[in-house]
Design a protein around this ligand. Sequence first.
Ligand code: ZN
Length: 279
Amino acid sequence: MDNPLAPERQRTLGLRRLGLRAGRWLGMGRMWTRGLVDLALPPICMACRAAVGEPGCLCAPCWSRVRFIERPYCDRLGIPLTHEYETFGTTGPVVSEAAFARPPAYGRARAVAVFGDVSRDIIHALKYADRLDVAAPMARMMARAGADILAEAGALVPVPLHPLRLWKRRFNQSMLLARGVAAASGVPVRADWLRRARATTPQVGLDRAARAQNVAGAFIVPETMRAELRGRRLVLVDDVLTTGATIDACAKALMRAGALRVDVLVFARVVDGHDTPIS
Ligand SMILES: [Zn+2]
């Protein structure tokens, strides 16, 4: 029953594995080299790479084009409120009609900015251009925008990437942001509390119903983590919040596993009538 091809095939597989491993190390090396180069070069704008005075900031034209989310905003969705909601002297949280019409699975969401061209460029710099230098300043802005939900939080849970996508991109941007938010807020990161159960097709070009369908049941809390997670107040961390289908699927999985509350912290969120992410 000896197969004469077996040793040759084994050698090929071995070489292929070695190649994959070498590729991964090269990738990591590239990230480190990039980090060192970024340190040595003059600071550049987080969005457009124009020269700026200090690292981790935006140039004046980019800054002026960001729509930062400030109070008053909807306490549930974190979207800026129009003047119709002005509360004439009453203080306290205000909830938008949109949140009543379509309540999210999460408790409260907070975002630094409305998703637009500059916030998109910053997110793309992090995800696709190896600009890992933007993660820390993004996270610092997120920690400020989410100060109220972080004050009550027991742990940060980054939205997980599927292992295949993680392998291709070499890092999970949500994990990098969560680490930065942890450094700024003191709330620990628990990435092992949520996993992707299966790969999902990219949400690009799908409508709201199709997006929800695409991610339904895609996230799980490992059985071994449930006792630790039970009764905790958690904050899900991601780069961008679009229709909320992915975040809702994550929040549902964590709530089903016994979390007391799940809030959400992102860098940018889509607000109806504004730009939508292309990825
Ligand atoms: Zn700029």
